[in-house]
Design a binder for this molecule. Structure first.
Ligand SMILES: [Zn+2]
Length: 112
């Protein structure tokens, strides 16, 4: 069984495809690559962005389907949370470097 990830706003709302404004790839020479997602939350209307490990990125991640998570799984996902990915990134990159990091993103549209 593959691990399912979800993108969530800071307010807890799950982000689905219609909320997504931009995606891109952040490719690293070493270590895991990340998928970058910029979104506007459908609940609180705030802009947000998220990094998802490429290996955790899957087609269903933005699909608007009823949650099939058990309460056990939910607790696990809540504990893991997308925020952890931000923290993982910040462990590798100084926050001051975030802007230069962003400039390295390859816009998803150009790969089509
Ligand atoms: Zn929100």
């Amino acid at each position: 069984m593959s691990m399912k990830s979800a993108i969530k706003c800071n307010c807890g709302q799950r982000i689905i495809a219609k909320d997504v404004m931009q995606t891109g790839y952040y490719l690293r020479l070493f270590g895991p690559s990340f998928v970058y997602v910029k979104f506007r939350c459908s609940r609180c209307k705030k802009l947000g962005e998220q990094f998802v490990k490429q290996e955790e990125w899957e087609d269903g991640i933005l699909r608007d389907i009823p949650s099939e998570k058990t309460s056990d799984e939910k607790a696990r996902f809540d504990a893991m949370g997308p925020i952890d990915i931000h923290e993982a990134i910040q462990a590798h990159f100084q926050i001051d470097d975030l802007q230069s990091l962003m400039e390295k993103f390859v816009p998803h549209e150009e790969s089509k």
